[in-house]
Design a protein around this ligand. Sequence first.
Ligand code: FES
Length: 512
Amino acid sequence: MTGRSLPPGARIRALGHAGYEVAHAGVRLLIDPWFHPAFLGAWFPFPDNRALLQGVTTARYDLLYLSHEHEDHFDERVLAQLDSDNITVVIPDYRSRSMVKRLHALGFRNLVQLGHKERYEAADGFVLTMLLDTSHKEDSGLIVDLGDFRFLDLNDCNTPLSELPGDVDLLSAQFSGAMWYPNCYAYPDEVQRRKTAEVRGDLFDTLVRKVRLTGASTYLPAAGPPCFLDPELDRFNDRSSTIFPVWDDVAEDFAAACPGVATVCLEPGDTLGELGVFPPNTPDRGRWRTEPEAYLAAYRDRREAEWQAYHDEPFEPVGAVELDAYFSKLISFNKRFLADYQRDVRLVADGTTWAVRLGRVGGALEEDPVDAGYTIHVPPRALRAIVDGKIGWEEALLSLRLSLHRDPDVFDLTLMSLLRYGNHPAQTMQMVRERAEAASGETIERCGYAFQRFCPHAGEDLALADIDGEGVLECPRHHWKWDLATGECVSGGTVPLRVEPAGRTDPSEPVR
Ligand code: FES
């Protein structure tokens, strides 16, 4: 650690992935506890944190913070075992009420919903401040001020960079991927390698920006990577060929990019206090690093019943009538979002192929479209879970059990947003608002160009975007690029940027 130390008596204990216990001033806060397999039995905490589970479910907590609903942050099996009568749950004030409803169903009644930058004083010297992803995405981070020590838990949230606080002592943020692109796409090996390297580079760039903008004196790698214990998913444990590196793969570049920033790596059970880190004396400590294959094999054996459960659960394959009804409902929920959009998707489940027309009028078709553009291979049992509403496409995609192909190889924002958020229309309706705002919202001027301030993909503040000497702007979040002379999206997607027609007016202005 460099910079300020935790106040006397305060401690932050790592629970694995993005989970923490924070104790100070007589208050105990539990953050995003995750212990059970997520996303169709695909993701497991890495390294194994199960030894801590009983202690967490029997401990007394005053506060619980849940950043968002992804299963690696919102572990219902753990939440169901907590003392719901005596815990105050601090959650983001999202547009959709889904999280609130699920917490009520679990018996939690004391909810504190905080909007972007709203504060909650848990005790004198223990203050929480919510940070939202201010776009349609429902994701959040939390500032935890302990006396004059500032812990920023960004987990995998992308609050706009311009909204991040400064003066951070300890930043916990994602460095590894948590997405199905590009590893679930059917690319030739060389293309897959290049795209994987690009995503890893983008993740690293985003991390470095977060560290620099927050002024963090110490960085705590967190929120991934998970591991995949089902042998059918074993290829995703390859740290060099996927978007799931471990910290050792990144540490050297980080030290070069952020000199002077300390790194503290906490294993599950490690506690950070005023005087530094106190690791527990567990025999397996660090073995995931020194003997990764043996560690993973033993972990796989210990959890066989859990990953095998996905394969053993009886299910009825989905039929055409059900599928048609499912997509018809999804489309009717999202009519305003879809507007005049139309897209044919080829859905393949265990040898059966359906053609699905997505648009204001749509549903499952009987004939295979000649030119579907997108093909999605989905395991029949995953499709059953989607159609039954047990999971959404977002969770199914995150399971990495699906395979995708697109031709041309261009990201379709409307299609992926419909699948990812369409079962919570509050999010797609927000995208409708964002589109309207893009047409008339705030304009900024930089380097002689005038353009919309917030990224048309997912709302990043383009005031901090890079602009190269050719007038190409690169968004700092997902690295889409636009030609500022025309507004055309030249890399990443197809959504244009609103630009002023007059081009660069002051070529002598330095480009940053
Ligand atoms: S927010 Fe995704 S590219 Fe800008």
